[in-house]
Every structure is written in structure tokens, then in C-alpha cells.
Write a protein that binds this ligand. Structure first.
Ligand SMILES: [Zn+2]
Length: 145
């Protein structure tokens, strides 16, 4: 499926087309962000304190990463559910796929399911069948404190 060059994101169908054109396991923008982060620590030297617990040197700070629990002392995992640069460096050195460290909400599958439904239009207002008593009701906005 080919994505139009000028897409306006107006409809579920258009968004579904964009999502289905993703080439990686993660949503396109998330994939790009991870690639940028992965490049940041190409020369780092994580210290393995166990098979999945790592300390990554980041300037003056040492960040502690637990790959099994998806936790890092920088707290990016906890905040947004995506690997931080420290976890990516650790995953690389431990031979773990960085995709296993991301929340499933960032997958293309989740992205597609967001736009998998449909919204039925109401049609022409003149063709609506409105039950007795409903058409004469006055709907007011909710009270706001
Ligand atoms: Zn981190």
C-alpha cells in the first residue's frame, strides 16, 4: 500500500494507511527516536553487574539499568514506556533486542488497532427519525464549578 505524499490525517482511513506503511515493529516516529538514542552510546562501556543489571556511564552520572524489569535510574522507562539510551546500550551489549524493552503500546499492531474501528455518519438531518419527547427536549451544558 502506497502512502500519499500529502496526507492530512483527516480520517481513520488515512491514519490507518500511514500506520500500515510502517516498516519496523514500532510506530514510525518511535522507531526513529530509538535509532537516535541507540546511536548516542556507541562508545559506552556498560558494566554488567549481573546478566540483566547494568551500570552505564553517562558523563558524570552512572545510570543503573535493569533490563529484565525494564527500569533505569533515569526513569525514562517508568515515564513513557520506552527504552532510554542507557537501556539501549545495555541491550546491545547483552545481545537483547531493543524492541523487547518497549511498551506494546508503541507497536505498529497497537497503532493499527487504534484506527481499526469505524465511525458511522449520521446522514442527512432531515432523514433522522427522532422519538416523541426527545426532539422537544432542551439539552443544556453541564454545570461547571
Ligand atoms: Zn536510562
Amino acid at each position: 500500500m502506497k502512502v500519499p505524499k500529502t496526507i492530512t490525517y483527516n480520517s481513520l482511513v488515512e491514519r490507518r494507511i500511514v500506520a500500515s506503511a510502517a516498516t519496523g515493529p514500532l510506530a514510525t516516529e518511535v522507531e526513529a527516536d530509538l535509532r537516535k538514542l541507540a546511536d548516542k552510546f556507541t562508545a559506552s562501556f556498560p558494566f554488567l553487574s549481573s546478566q540483566y543489571a547494568i551500570t552505564v556511564l553517562d558523563g558524570d552520572l552512572d545510570e543503573d539499568v535493569d533490563l529484565r524489569r525494564k527500569k533505569c535510574s533515569c526513569r525514562r522507562f517508568a515515564l513513557i514506556g520506552l527504552s532510554c539510551e542507557h537501556a539501549l546500550a545495555g541491550a546491545r551489549d547483552c545481545g537483547i533486542s531493543p524492541y523487547t524493552l518497549c511498551s506494546r503500546f508503541y507497536t505498529v499492531e497497537a497503532w493499527l488497532s487504534s484506527y481499526g474501528g469505524s465511525v458511522c455518519t449520521l446522514g442527512n438531518e432531515e432523514s433522522w427519525v427522532i422519538p416523541n419527547g426527545i426532539g422537544s427536549m432542551m439539552i443544556t451544558p453541564p454545570l461547571v464549578k
